[in-house]
Write a protein that binds this ligand. Structure first.
Ligand SMILES: [Zn+2]
Length: 140
């Protein structure tokens, strides 16, 4: 495959635009290796950056972020299971007018059962739900 050459269009990562864009090949190295390219969007001339290599880096970052999220999700579930297991009171339906105490079980119409973890400023509660921790109002 020798379709690459000076003046040909190629996809390269542009460091200025921070995107993979169409570039024009300015100079070639020996063989079929691209040396310099010019960005068709910002007209900057720079060394060719293989977009597949740039992408590979991005993907690995994303994978790490996802697994980190999954871990914290798991620990919230564990926290919730422990908190619900330790609770001694009956669950109360959530209402901003109701008053809750630390350790109370609340039944939220949207988030499901949760456990009051903290009382904040007298009229806010931090609640551990199955999938997330939410700050809600109470004692209004
Ligand atoms: Zn550019």
């Amino acid at each position: 495959m020798s379709s690459l050459g000076v003046g040909k269009e190629v996809l390269s990562f542009c460091g200025k635009c921070k995107l993979t864009l169409a570039h024009i090949i300015i100079t070639m190295k020996a063989g079929d290796t691209i040396n310099k390219v010019q960005c068709k969007t910002c007209n900057a001339t720079h060394v060719y950056k293989d977009p597949s290599k740039v992408k590979a880096k991005k993907v690995s970052t994303r994978t790490r972020t996802v697994s980190k999220k999954a871990n914290s999700q798991e620990s919230i579930s564990d926290l919730w299971l422990t908190a619900v297991g330790n609770a001694k009171t009956k669950s109360k339906d959530y209402s901003p007018k109701a008053t809750f105490l630390k350790g109370d079980i609340v039944d939220h119409p949207k988030f499901g059962p949760g456990v009051i973890d903290k009382i904040i400023d007298g009229n806010k509660i931090e609640v551990i739900f199955r999938h997330s921790i939410k700050t809600l109002v109470h004692n209004m």
